[in-house]
Ligand binder design. Sequence first.
Ligand code: FNR
Length: 364
Amino acid sequence: PELHKIISSKDFEDVAEKTLTPKGWAFYSSAATDLVTLGNNASFYRRIMLRPRVMRDVRKADLTCSILGCHSSAPFFVSPAAMARLAHKDGEVALARGCASEGIIQCISSNAAFPLQSIVEGGVTNQSFFFQLYVNAEREKTTQLLQKARDLGVRAIFVTVDAHVPGKREADERLAADNTMASAISGAKASNDKKGGGMGRLMGQYLDQTLSWHDIPWLKEASRLPIVIKGIQCAADAKKAMEYDCQGILVSNHGGRSLDTAPPSILTLLELHAICPEVFDRMEVLVDGGLTRGSDMLKALALGAKAVGVGRPFLYSLTYGQEGVEHLSQIFKDELETSMRLCGIPDLTQVSPAMVNTRDVDHL
Ligand code: FNR
């Protein structure tokens, strides 16, 4: 359909299912084994109720905020995803342009199809970028990459820690890998093996499985940038990130793609509230996984997230190129603004846990 007929994130998903190559669809939409975490990421947002307050002046709702010191027109950003070229020939560059015109931030994947420089220079000047890091078992390569990211003006490093062992994504394994594809950043390629053609698994073979908390000082020194740990899944590890003086955490389970039956990320956010509320003051807490509506975003913000990441929906919107990305961003802004105004919230400084009723999931 024409772009103006698309009115929700789900509409983009439906188009992507029909228009992507079977392999592209399998790689993007798949998740680990029985898809339990994938489903729960989304469905748990529906088990949390909003608590609207009425009779407040809400002619407008101001969505602007700052994420890790970077201005953003809205409290959401594009979560890093490998191989955006499977959705559109201009891949991550088109994504960058869409984000630039919308004033939102893109976190670039270590396994992006395009070189870091083309992506960073593909948008407009003064655009902020985050870079997602997969630490290479050959550490020297990582040191060089961090140096490059810094030189190119990247504003923060998101170190992914939940995919050092590849998740078993069966839909992706069943179809042959596209071995003409490679990441221009990490050099990772996919070539089929006995287990199948899983792109995520095959492209993740360079990851350092020995990475530990003791490596944080090295990452800080090599990048001299704010460090965010991506893939925090419990309160104990959120505390660890705080103890190691990280600037932020991204509560995430890799969109259900790594360990199936890991908790949905919104539940982990609630766990942080219950067990280590101090982390919200000491670090920027971000969350991704399963957000498809502005109301989902508002719930995560109410529960202390500074901003939320969106993965698959932006990949699906990219089937329409830059304009699709802009259109999805506008849909999200519109839905979030509507939810805020109906809840009596004029700007993001006013969100608080009192806005949500979490009773249905509090016993978990
Ligand atoms: C991802 N994700 C991911 N994360 C990361 O740190 N590095 C990466 O290269 C990728 N690649 C990737 C590819 C694809 C196709 C998907 C769908 C996801 C995970 C991503 O950053 C994010 O955590 C999830 O996508 C969030 O869940 P939703 O929004 O897709 O439900």
